[in-house]
Design a protein around this ligand. Structure first.
Ligand SMILES: Nc1ncnc2c1ncn2[C@@H]1O[C@H](COP(=O)(O)OP(=O)(O)OP(=O)(O)O)[C@@H](O)[C@H]1O
Ligand SMILES: [Mg+2]
Length: 340
């Protein structure tokens, strides 16, 4: 199959030669729930790579499968889901791993930050306990873990760490609590950080601070980061490379600098045109016609064709393979009509 060969041969647009062990490698991942006639496909042929120390964006509309994809790296599949393909974190085969191995993986190698810090932190436990539990589970003695918690809070810009460890989550603002969650996520020095819309619940100033902090911490630890967002401008600012998802599939992959200047997929271009920006000279915001589709309800052939201004009869025949166009890998039959 062309897509697989192309992906295997080619160097990542912005991610270097890929000769190091990757932090995350998802290859040709398909996911479905239910069986037989009632099977509902959720993801199809998703391939995503995150190198060590690299920041990789996963963007797309609501329901495109971003969170599902990110969660597979933790071995968190929907109940009753069947997966085919590969998911490897460092050298761990996640889809084949047993419960113990997955628990170990989550404790030591992968951390996840969710959109809403209040939903991911136990409201009746003190911040100090929240921060030390991961360290204690790794065998760090209590006193050293407590010192490390203070140090981490200091690093993420919490004033008075000594007071903060005795406080409860509701005593922090959303932005401050997200800093605490970042400190927790990085306390175990993971190889992979999954950030699923980590700043969507925050105001823009706090968002910029939290993103800056994430990048700084990630650089300091050499952590690979999968940054999930629906905000293209944010992805451009934060990421080295970006994958664009639509209806459970990756439709484009590119270095973020070229993706935003020269999109190759009509969906990427439509997303850019629909994204309000305070920069540049864009004046018109154009909504994408129709509504986002889940994989199960998408048309035959290219899933985007019923919303695509460039679609022709041949787009209905098969799902387009990924092929190079400019600096992108794109699943479209006519990318030259998007950006020549
Ligand atoms: N446990 C599940 N069982 C069945 N379908 C699911 C399950 N979890 C998610 N889905 C479906 O899979 C699709 C992708 O969901 P996902 O949460 O990955 O979207 P997303 O891209 O993260 O969207 P958002 O931007 O809204 O967070 C959706 O259509 C959703 O309804
Ligand atoms: Mg999501």
């Amino acid at each position: 199959m062309l897509a697989k060969k192309t992906l295997a041969r080619r160097e990542a647009p912005g991610g270097g030669a890929g000769d190091r062990r990757d932090a995350l490698r998802i290859s040709e991942l398909s996911l479905a729930v239910g069986t037989g006639e009632r099977a509902i496909p959720l993801l199809a042929g998703v391939t995503v790579r995150v190198g060590r120390g690299e920041t990789v964006g996963l963007v797309g509309e609501s329901g495109s499968g971003k969170s599902l994809t990110a969660r597979t790296a933790l071995g968190m599949l929907p109940r009753g889901a069947r997966a085919t393909g590969g998911v490897t974190v460092s050298d761990v085969d996640v889809l084949a791993a047993g419960r113990r191995e997955l628990r170990e993986l989550r404790r030591t190698r992968v951390s996840m930050i969710f959109q809403d810090p209040r939903a991911s932190i136990n409201p009746v436990r003190r911040i100090g306990d929240y921060l030390t539990e991961g360290l204690r589970a790794r065998g760090v003695p209590a006193r050293a873990a407590a010192e490390r918690a203070l140090d981490l809070l200091d690093q993420v810009g919490i004033r008075d760490p000594g007071g903060a460890v005795r406080r409860f989550p509701h005593e922090f603002s959303g932005g401050m609590l997200q800093r605490v969650v970042i400190a927790g996520a990085l306390s175990t020095e993971p190889e992979l950080l999954l950030a699923d819309e980590p700043t969507t619940a925050l105001d823009v100033t706090t968002q910029a601070e939290v993103v800056g902090l994430l990048k700084e911490m990630q650089r300091a630890h050499g952590t690979g980061m999968l940054f999930v967002t629906h905000d293209l401008d944010l992805a451009a600012a934060v990421c080295d490379r970006v994958y664009v998802m639509y209806a459970g599939r990756i439709v484009e992959e590119a270095a973020s600098a070229s993706l935003f200047g020269a999109p190759a997929h009509p969906y990427t271009r439509a997303l850019l045109e629909a994204s309000p920006s305070v920069h540049g000279d864009k004046v018109e915001i154009r909504a994408i016609r129709g509504r986002p589709r889940a994989l199960a309800e998408s048309p035959s052939g290219c899933s985007f064709r019923d919303r695509c201004p460039l679609a022709g009869d041949e787009c209905a025949e098969t799902v387009p393979d990924h092929r190079p166009h400019g600096t992108s890998l794109v699943a479209c039959l006519r990318p030259e009509q998007v950006t020549p």
